[in-house]
Design a protein around this ligand. Structure first.
Ligand code: ADP
Ligand code: ZN
Length: 739
């Protein structure tokens, strides 16, 4: 089997994503590899495909138990034998798995790093033929990263004890040059073949919203843009998580909370509900998300400022793993910055570290206030240069509003802060500028100031926005005293006295989901029949519930959308859908085709033409990738590579297996197997039906058909004794050519 054949047969894809083929080929050829790819870049496939191809078993070291189960479920769905060992298993199932592993039943074994040193595990490993050790989330080995896991340091020693040395493969999404070097060194990779793909996530639409009414924003946006879709709202504290969750629930939204202060059970329950689409909105602290593989998260809202750009990139990165558009929004407020600063000070780290933390925070603050391209700003942080000024697809690039000269407003505000002796916070300054009759304002006799009421024609909201802009531009600072206080800065004078001009973009837009477009590099959205898509989603949910699996393990949204665009009603057409491999066809093809056929019969449908097959990315991408220029991935579309499911069944049948045996082995229903044989029989692959139904039974069935007709199977069944099954009836009808 060639790589492309297996890619198609198991995963249902025709082409590789950027960087995949190079390292997959290398691994299969026995070379160490390093894959640095953004979230959603397709890292898992980079070890799963070689694992199928190689002789022994592949160990996958992964930091998260929840993710292991998910991956193993998905692999099983694709017909790839895989398992995991971790503390979530009871003794009996642990033993059973061990036995399966010893008997070479699996191609992939997922384990947590903590297990590497357990004597029983080392003992097990000695008995196995290990082809590859794949280290997922390899940055966890680095102390510089934010996810340092001490046990990752034991990996090289563990590998050194395996003989012969297996291929070592490392993968991560977040890595600065420093971390990449550390991964190579600490894992002792031997001349690894590398695929380093840029950090850009073209399908993520970044934006920053400055609003005094965060909850109102969330409510309106979700109602208008994301009804019934999955999204995460990140908050800075447990308290905020609780209050936002309560309010959203009170407004009738389907939301759940997740933070470190909850009991593990209720946290786990909410997480499962989110993964399985039982709740749409997860309101969480940054404790949530590591190991969440959910591909169809459509919005990530940061209710409070994240800690730094790296954390932001990672949290926002949980949106749109399936390549479809996802909105990543920061709801900015200056109070958040103050809180973050207080936190840094509270932690009392070394002065150098504190300086670094402040610098990191400042980068994010600047990000929130820049009028330049947000995508470019993110890429710059990771040391990548974009060769465009504006990406055309972020909040700032899509913002049509004019730059306004606000120098005069700025002078009024700065002068007011000066007169209030730089001792008050945002709300008090706004109250004075708007001439409020507030008791405190009057008590402090601020109504006697020359700046009292000089901006009374402006709304509080608009003043807040201007003040925040001045903070961002460094003309005002917010100090973290008991409460946030606005103070002048050394630069204030330039505006106050020197008349340095200040510009501001008024009313930054919130981009409605429908208006967002994707940049050249990202996949164009499939224009599909919305009604059918929703029906297929519902069908997927029912199946997922029956099987106790997350819906996306059955099929991804993108796959359902293709179905709703091309209406596949034959095996070949169904297999041609992206994301449908042989096993998934065998498991679900029939029911989905039924649903599509039923829909097509009852609705006027318009079948879209499939665009020409392309590689999933273009070389002319606007991003200058930090990528080896020789890294050419040529996709070889290989449509003939899928062996029709019928033929596999037919081969087994010719080998003498019964329908029940074939069904058990292939994990199909007997009904499906029978369907395969009927089709083969019509298709010049003759089936000898004589041994299936005994003659006496056959006569009874024919008689029953004579009495009740051939309208449906049910009346025939009801006219017969219980020992005649539906299968028997179908066989008799087929064999005698009655229909
Ligand atoms: P990562 O681990 O890098 O975040 P995943 O391995 O979860 O990414 O893959 C992201 C998505 O891309 C998944 O939905 C996966 O099925 C899909 N994918 C992977 N390889 C391909 C490919 N060659 N063609 C199309 N889709 C792919
Ligand atoms: Zn942009």
């Amino acid at each position: 089997m060639t790589l492309t054949k297996n890619l198609s047969r198991y995963f249902g894809y025709d082409t590789f994503k950027a960087g995949q083929e190079k390292i997959i080929t290398a691994a299969v050829n026995g070379l160490d590899v390093l894959g640095i790819m953004p979230t959603g870049g397709g890292k898992s496939l980079c070890y799963q495909l070689p694992a199928i191809q190689m002789t022994g078993i592949t160990l996958v070291i992964s930091p998260l138990i929840s993710l292991m189960k998910d991956q193993v479920d998905a692999l099983e769905e694709m017909g790839i034998p895989a398992t995991f060992l971790n503390s979530s298993l009871d003794d009996a199932s642990y033993e059973k798995r061990l036995e399966g592993i010893r008997n070479n039943h699996y191609k992939l074994l997922y384990i947590a790093p903590e297990r590497l040193c357990a004597p029983t595990f080392i003992d097990l490993v000695r008995q196995l033929d290990i082809s590859m050790v794949a280290v997922d989330e390899a940055h966890c080995i680095s102390q510089w990263g934010h996810d340092f896991r001490p046990h990752y340091r034991e990996i090289p020693g563990f590998i050194a004890n395996i003989s012969p040395r297996p291929v070592v493969a490392a993968y991560t999404a977040t890595a600065t040059i420093k971390v990449i070097d550390e991964i190579k060194e600490l894992l002792a990779l031997q001349n690894p073949v590398e695929s380093i793909i840029g950090f850009d996530r073209p399908n993520l639409l970044y934006q920053v919203i400055k609003t005094g009414d965060k909850l109102g924003y969330v409510r309106n946006t979700i109602t208008r843009e994301f009804p019934d879709q999955s999204g995460i709202i990140y908050c800075a504290t447990r308290k905020t998580v609780e209050s936002v969750t309560d309010k959203l629930k009170g407004l009738g939204f389907s939301a759940g909370a997740y933070h470190g202060g909850m009991s593990p059970e209720s946290r786990e329950k909410n997480q499962q509900d989110f993964i399985n689409d039982r709740i749409n909105i997860m309101v969480a602290t940054n404790a949530f998300g590591m190991g969440i593989n959910k591909p169809d998260v459509r919005f990530i809202i940061h209710y409070n400022m994240p800690q730094n750009m790296e954390a932001y990139y990672q949290e926002a990165g949980r949106g749109g793993r399936d390549g479809e558009v996802s909105h990543c929004t920061i709801l900015y407020s200056p109070a958040d910055i103050v809180k973050q600063k207080q936190l840094i000070q509270l932690n009392q780290t070394s002065p150098e570290r504190e300086k670094l933390l402040f610098e990191n925070l400042q980068y994010l603050v600047d990000y929130c206030h820049t009028n330049n391209c947000l995508r470019k700003s993110i890429l710059q942080y990771f040391g990548e240069t974009a060769d465009y000024e504006r990406c055309g697809n972020c909040g700032n690039c899509l913002d049509q509003s004019e730059m306004v000269d606000i120098t005069e407003d700025a002078q009024k505000i700065l002068s007011c802060i000066y007169r209030m002796k730089s001792r008050f916070g945002l709300n008090m300054v706004i109250s004075v500028l708007r001439g409020s009759k507030n008791k405190k304002v009057l008590e402090l006799r601020f109504d006697e100031l020359s700046t009292y009421g000089i901006m009374k024609d402006q709304t509080a909201e608009s003043l807040r926005e201007i003040i925040m802009t001045l903070v961002a531009k460094g003309y005002i600072m917010v100090t973290a005293d008991e409460y946030p206080v606005l103070k002048l800065t050394p630069d204030s004078g330039k505006v106050l006295k020197g008349g340095e001009p200040v510009f501001h973009k008024k009313h930054l837009l919130n981009i409605p989901a429908g208006k967002s477009k994707t940049t050249g590099k990202s996949k164009p959205p499939v224009d599909c029949d919305e009604a059918l898509f929703l029906e297929l989603k519902a069908l997927r949910k029912t199946i997922a519930q029956e099987k106790g699996l997350p819906p996306y393990v059955i099929f991804h949204d993108a796959t359902l959308k293709e179905m709703a665009a091309y209406f596949p009603r034959t095996e070949a057409d169904f297999l041609a859908i992206n994301g449908v491999g042989q096993a998934r066809y065998d498991h679900y093809g029939e029911v989905f085709i039924q649903e599509i056929t039923r829909f097509a019969e009852n609705n006027p449908i318009e079948i879209r033409t499939r665009p020409e097959l392309e590689t999933s990315y273009t070389e002319s991408s606007p991003i200058k990738k930090r990528i080896d220029p020789n890294d050419e991935e040529k996709a070889t579309p290989d449509k003939d590579s899928k062996i029709p499911s019928c033929d596999i069944t037919y081969d087994l049948f010719l080998q003498g297996q019964t329908i029940a045996e074939i069904a058990a082995q292939r994990e199909l229903t007997e009904n499906t197997v029978l369907g395969h044989l009927f089709r083969c029989d019509q298709d010049e692959k003759p089936v000898d039906w004589s041994g299936f139904v005994d003659q006496e039974k056959e006569i009874r069935i024919i008689n029953a058909i004579g009495t009740v007709g051939l309208e449906g199977l049910k009346p025939i069944k009801e006219a017969l004794p219980a020992d005649c099954s539906y299968e028997d009836i179908k066989i008799v009808i087929h064999k005698n050519g009655l229909r």
